[in-house]
Structure formats: structure tokens, C-alpha cells
Design a binder for this molecule. Structure first.
Ligand code: GLU
Length: 481
């Protein structure tokens, strides 16, 4: 039975800030469904409960809507194949896993984490590939007894040990994987939660997804998925793995080198039209080589087979250039007034800034000289600020890298936690507070005198602080001293 309808999906995990990669992959899924008169769905993959949050889920909805996407089915809009949040589908996975165990395609495993660690150590010392050795594959009775006596267990897929698994990637052609290289995947964890592999396949099947269009990082999971589809006896969707976004140095795009959260781009004044246009250019080109196009134009032109695999560079200069063109060529003066109003004079943002500077101003015009850095991206920067007195360049770099690290991870991003994080760096490196606080103030605000530092950083937000810090470190590293 072939799929009756084109159905695509974006299936983000709600961990942290929505990533530019999610916008990029969503575009191709949305556009393909649109072109084919099909459906585009949103599914939340929140099986990793410790890392998932409702806040991040809401931010995903907001960012995808900001970019201009809509979905026919999803956790917030409902639909006939719901629920669309994996944590609400546990009984569905349990039912399916039981069917696989009964068929003999999957098996329960009571191996302890100690045994698995020991096995891994042994395999590594013998320079063998690491992976599960199949210890519980053929001892179902004993395993049942151990479980009855209280042993924790997972369920694994019984992967064939010889032969090959093949699938067609619609962009690359045939992909062949040796079965001996495919581990007996854990499908159900000991806490009763499914792994990504199981939940993803069961959901794609039940939600009748016809085309799986996702990032290249999942390509090594696809042979496991193919084996799972076969174990269930289900028809497989068509697979397309899009090339990963890269930094200008060709490494995989990462928050260390570039801002990567969609929220950052929204706050920083990028237009959604420019963002989606930019994502479109990442892996596709129009036959007439046009560089500017709308979402609708893109949906009309897209052919998945014509996607190019050359590592697309997430080049901020190009994005800025596009943004400028949209602002100048496609917006009326009224549009720009509105844009400025939301970008610069947003009441919620101003309400956070004003208490920090109110006691320094006498008239409205004093506001900007004090608060300009709240509205800019690339502020005035002198890399020499990072040179700590009596420290080598290397030592100073290490101090600011640990601050950047702290800005990446500190939770919540509020004045108290930021202050505690900075004080810890001062303490751990046996520095004087001024050696850290003054340069951080300069890097973050471009000024020697600013409103209270920790409050200022909290208002600016994680992405902007992190960006300024990373940019300063990169400039300092390049500086000849
Ligand atoms: N939850 C996965 C993600 O975060 C989904 C990958 C897929 O599309 O299969 O991207």
C-alpha cells in the first residue's frame, strides 16, 4: 500500500532554545508538503524528560510561527492522530513493544550498567568495536525470572548479525550498512520510556508520515529504523537527509562560533522573510539562480532530488546582506516604522531597561547614550580589555573562556546566578574582582560605567551576552601581543 497523501513533519526535542537547524529543516518539510498539497505536522519529541521543558516547547511554537510556518496537526492545534507529544503516548509505545517481543523481534535484557561498562572496557582494551554482545538474546526464561525477582530491564531490537541493511536516501541514492555494525538497539528504557528510535518510528507510522526529511546527523539511525519498520512489517517512508549547516570554517554549526537560537535572530532584528530565504539557499538553488524568494516561491520550486549536498555555510554576512535587501526593497516606510517599534521600542523590553537607568537621566534624550548597548549587536570592542594584569595571554584567555562557558550553562539566567558564576571564576582563578568585572562590563556594554552589571546582563539575555563574550575572545586570540 502506498501512502495516500504526502505528510511531512518536524519533530524537535524541546530542550533549550529553538535551534536554527529546526527552522532550516522545518522549511524543507513545510515547503514540500505545500508543493504536494499535503500536510505538514509538528510533533514534540520529549522522551528525554530530564532535558525537556514546556518553556522550550512554547519557544519552538513561537519561533516556527514567527518564521511563517503553520502546521495542520500538532500539540497546540490538535488533530486526528494525536496526541502529538511523545510523553503523552507511552501506552502506545508499550503496546507496540509488547507486540515485537511476542513476535521474537525484540527481547528483554537485564544486563546491569556495571556489566555493560565492563564489557565496553574489555572491548576497548581488545581494540574491538564497542556494542552490546547479545548476552540476553537467547535466555528469555531466565530473564523473565530475574524480572519477576525485581531486576530492572530494557527491551532491545534483535538485529540480524550478518547481511546488510539498505535504504534509498532521496538525495544520496542507495545507502548500505553492514548489519554487524548495527547494535541491538535499546527500544524501551528501564523507566518505561521509549528511546528516540522506537518512538520516532511508531509515531511516523501511526501519523502516516510519507516523507522523512531531516538533518544528516540522523543518517546513521536510519538503518536501525529500517530494521524496526521491517520488524513491525510496516511500509517505510521515503528518506531525505539534508546537509548540516556549517560555520565559515566548515565545522558543524555550533553555539561556540555562531549564535544558533532562532530567538536570538528575532531579537537581533532579522526579518523572518530573510531567515527563511537564507535557509532556502542553504541546500537548494532556483533554476534561474534567483537569490531572493518568498516561502511560496520556494514551495513552488522545491524538488527534493535537486537538493545539493555541498556543506552549506551559515554565513552571517550573507544573512545580513539579505536582511538589508528585504528591509530596503520589500518594506514600505510604514512597515519599517512598525519594525522599529517592535525591535527597539518593545514595551516589555523597555520596562526591564528603564529601572536600570532611570536614576541617571534628566531628559528623554539622555536615554540613548546610557542604554545604546541594549539595542545593538556588535558594540565597540577593544580586544586588549581581555588582558588581565600579571597574567599571560593564555591564562587570560582561559579565564574568559570559563566565563563564556558559564554563560552557556548558568541557570536561570538571572542576576543572582550570573553574579555567583562570575564570582566563582574570580575565586577559582585567584583573581581580584576588578580583574574580571571591569573587562566583562566593557565587553558586554562597551562602556566603563554602566548600570549594575549582573542586572544588565540578565536583561540583555543569554544569547547576546554569550555572543559578545565569544566575539571578544576570538578578537583577543587574534591580537598580537
Ligand atoms: N527529535 C529529533 C530531533 O530533535 C527528530 C529527528 C528526526 O527527524 O527523526 O531532531
Amino acid at each position: 500500500m502506498a501512502f495516500e497523501r504526502v505528510r511531512t513533519r518536524i519533530a524537535p526535542s524541546p530542550t533549550g532554545d529553538p535551534h536554527v537547524g529546526t527552522g532550516y529543516i522545518a522549511l524543507y518539510n513545510w515547503a514540500f508538503a505545500k508543493k504536494m498539497g499535503g500536510d505538514f505536522l509538528l510533533r514534540i519529541e520529549d522522551t528525554d524528560q530530564s532535558r525537556s521543558s514546556k518553556q522550550s516547547e512554547q519557544a519552538i511554537f513561537d519561533s516556527l510561527r514567527w518564521l511563517g510556518f503553520d502546521w495542520a496537526e500538532g500539540p497546540d492545534v490538535g488533530g486526528p492522530k494525536g496526541p502529538y507529544r511523545q510523553s503523552e503516548r507511552l501506552s502506545i509505545y508499550a503496546e507496540h513493544i509488547n507486540a515485537l517481543v511476542e513476535k521474537g523481534a525484540a527481547y528483554k535484557c537485564t544486563c546491569t550498567s556495571e556489566r555493560l561498562a565492563e564489557l565496553r572496557k574489555r572491548q576497548m582494551s581488545l581494540k574491538q568495536p564497542t556494542g552490546y554482545d547479545g548476552h540476553c538474546r537467547n535466555r528469555a526464561e531466565e530473564v523473565e525470572e530475574e524480572i519477576a525477582n525485581g531486576a530492572a530491564h530494557v527491551v532491545r531490537l534483535k538485529t540480524p548479525k550478518d547481511g546488510e541493511t539498505r535504504f534509498i536516501d532521496g538525495i544520496r541514492g542507495e545507502v548500505v550498512w553492514k548489519n554487524e555494525e548495527i547494535d541491538d538497539q535499546v527500544l524501551l528504557k528501564s523507566d518505561g520510556f521509549p528511546t528516540y528510535h522506537l518512538a520516532n518510528i511508531v509515531d511516523d507510522h501511526l501519523m502516516e508520515i510519507s516523507h522523512v526529511i531531516r538533518g544528516e546527523e540522523w543518517i546513521s539511525s536510519t538503518p536501525k529504523h529500517v530494521l524496526l519498520y521491517d520488524a513491525f512489517g510496516w511500509e517505510k517512508p521515503a528518506f531525505f537527509h539534508l546537509p548540516l549547516l556549517r560555520n565559515t570554517d566548515k565545522t558543524k554549526v555550533s553555539k561556540r562560533k555562531n549564535p544558533v537560537s532562532l530567538g536570538y535572530f528575532q531579537e537581533a532584528g532579522y526579518l523572518p522573510e530573510a531567515m527563511v530565504n537564507f535557509f532556502g539557499l542553504m541546500a537548494f538553488s532556483f533554476k534561474d539562480e534567483r537569490e531572493m524568494f518568498s516561502l511560496e516561491d520556494f514551495a513552488g520550486e522545491l524538488e527534493l532530488e535537486r537538493i545539493s549536498l555541498g556543506g552549506p555555510v551559515f554565513d552571517l554576512k550573507k544573512l545580513l546582506w539579505l536582511n538589508g535587501r528585504y528591509l530596503r526593497e520589500q518594506k514600505s516606510a510604514e512597515d519599517v516604522v512598525q519594525y522599529l517599534q517592535t525591535q527597539l521600542f518593545d514595551t516589555a523590553y523597555l520596562s526591564k531597561i528603564v529601572p536600570l537607568i532611570q536614576d541617571r537621566v534628566e531628559k528623554s534624550e539622555d536615554f540613548f547614550p546610557y542604554a545604546d548597548f541594549f539595542f545593538a549587536n556588535d558594540i565597540n570592542l577593544d580586544p586588549a580589555w581581555l588582558q588581565i594584569a600579571d597574567k599571560t595571554k593564555k591564562e587570560s584567555t582561559a579565564v574568559f573562556e570559563s566565563i563564556a562557558e558559564m554563560l552557556d550553562t548558568v541557570k536561570p539566567f538571572d542576576p543572582e546566578s550570573i553574579g555567583a558564576g562570575l564570582k566563582k571564576v574570580v575565586h577559582d582563578n585567584e583573581l581580584k574582582p576588578k580583574h574580571v568585572f571591569m573587562p566583562v562590563r566593557l565587553i558586554i556594554t562597551g562602556k566603563k560605567g554602566s548600570p549594575p552589571l549582573f542586572d544588565t546582563m540578565a536583561v540583555l539575555g543569554r544569547e547576546r551576552c554569550r555572543y559578545r563574550m565569544r566575539r571578544a575572545i576570538a578578537a583577543f586570540k587574534k591580537m598580537k601581543i
